[in-house]
Design a protein around this ligand. Structure first.
Ligand code: NAD
Length: 359
């Protein structure tokens, strides 16, 4: 097994937050984590340098790595690029597609120390711990045919929502296994009252269920799931859904926790190779100011150690260090509240590192 990690800082706040996560990674190396770490360009920065948001050299390094740590890509500088295939986001989509990263894990955990940051009442959200398993390389974002064309004298836009049985089955298995390791409840979200593709989705989930008798499977239409997430979010343990529904529901779940700056994510392929990144974007509005929250990226390193390197003890140590820093009342501006101390990106990195070493 290759023990390489590729760090892709990306654009906007990406370099600032990955710098702090890399310090934690180095501390793990000092404690025996046997990995080789290298860096490369992706997104807008890669376009500026090579005319391509996913240069061949970066893709080659990504293929050779066991795990990738990504900051974020994109920004206003590249928003007006006419050739859509050169937009920074294409770097990200290209990596997901090329590496076959079909399984996106997005935990939404409400840290007790940040309970007041949620827009919902504490009694509704306290103790929230949901894992959303989103299919990432299929569905309507990739389906063909797609395009905008002239029909009967006017322009028509069209996309194709398509899933094969095997695509549904492999994401279903990831979700059942995840539920098995957690609260043993799996809710599959679809729109089977309207869309044939999700009738098949539901059938495949039902077919898999007897293989996981310890997991309780339920189904929910996506519109109801959106409502239930804000009405009574603690009813969920693991949610499994397709690419587009997952995109929307995981952002809604993220906001239940009060800060997008706290949420990591993992995208895995069949061989356990993974890309780990914060759920948020490149935050160009605060880039370069040393105020971005690095915790989602640091927690992404913890997910990487757990899912790609099978190092649960080191992963737990990082998570405990983050908990300790929050207990101590340190906050970046996005999660600051009365009675807490607002710190910079680098100061937050310093504090997590100190807590990690001191545990
Ligand atoms: P965003 O997540 O970058 O920012 C939304 C808001 O949250 C902003 O006010 C930002 O300042 C704040 N924020 C985000 N992360 C933060 C952090 N770590 N600490 C403190 N505050 C934080 O979303 P957006 O503004 O819609 O998009 C900005 C750019 O990022 C766009 O170019 C978009 O395409 C790109 N984007 C990239 C990714 C990715 O790389 N995975 C994901 C989403 C958006």
């Amino acid at each position: 097994m290759t023990r390489k990690i590729l760090v892709l800082p990306g654009d906007g706040i990406g370099p600032e937050i990955t710098a702090q996560a890399s310090r934690i990674l180095a501390a793990c190396q000092a404690r025996g984590l046997d990995v080789e770490v290298e860096e490369a360009l992706v997104g807008g920065g890669a376009y500026d340098e090579y005319g391509d948001p996913l240069p061949a050299g970066t893709l080659e390094k990504a293929r050779a790595a066991r795990a990738i740590l990504l900051g974020a890509v994109g920004g206003p500088k590249w928003d007006r690029l006419e050739d859509l295939s050169k937009r920074p986001e294409k770097g990200l989509l290209g990596l997901r597609k090329s590496l076959g990263l079909f399984g996106n894990l997005r935990p939404a955990i409400l840290y007790p120390q940040l309970a007041e940051a949620s827009s919902l009442k504490p009694e509704v959200v306290s103790g929230l711990d949901i894992m959303i398993v989103r299919e990432l390389t299929g569905g309507i974002y990739f389906g063909q045919p797609r395009g905008i064309e002239e029909r009967d004298g006017e322009r028509v836009g069209f996309n194709t929502y398509v899933y094969s049985e095997s695509e549904i089955e492999r994401i279903g298995r990831v979700a059942f296994e995840m539920a098995r390791k957690r609260g043993k409840k799996l809710c599959s979200v679809d729109k089977a009252n309207v869309l044939e593709v999700t009738i098949l989705w539901r059938e495949v989930m039902d077919r898999l269920a007897p293989e996981y008798p310890d997991v309780e499977l339920s189904h929910m239409y996506v519109d109801n799931a959106a409502m239930q997430l804000v009405r009574a979010p603690r009813q969920f343990d693991v949610i499994v859904t397709g690419n587009m529904f997952g995109d929307i529901l995981s952002d809604a779940a993220a906001m239940l926790t009060g800060s997008i700056g706290m949420l990591p994510s993992a995208s895995l392929n069949e061989s356990g190779q993974g890309m780990y990144e914060p759920c948020h974007g490149s935050a160009p509005d605060i880039a370069g100011q040393n105020i971005a929250n690095p915790l989602a990226t640091i927690l992404s390193v913890a997910m990487m150690l757990r899912y790609s390197f099978d190092e649960p003890a080191l992963a737990g140590r990082i998570e405990a260090a983050v908990g300790k820093v929050l207990d101590d009342g340190l906050r970046t501006a996005d999660i600051a509240s009365e009675g807490t101390r607002t710190v910079s990106t680098v100061e937050m990195g310093d504090a997590v590192l100190a807590a990690f070493e001191g545990l």
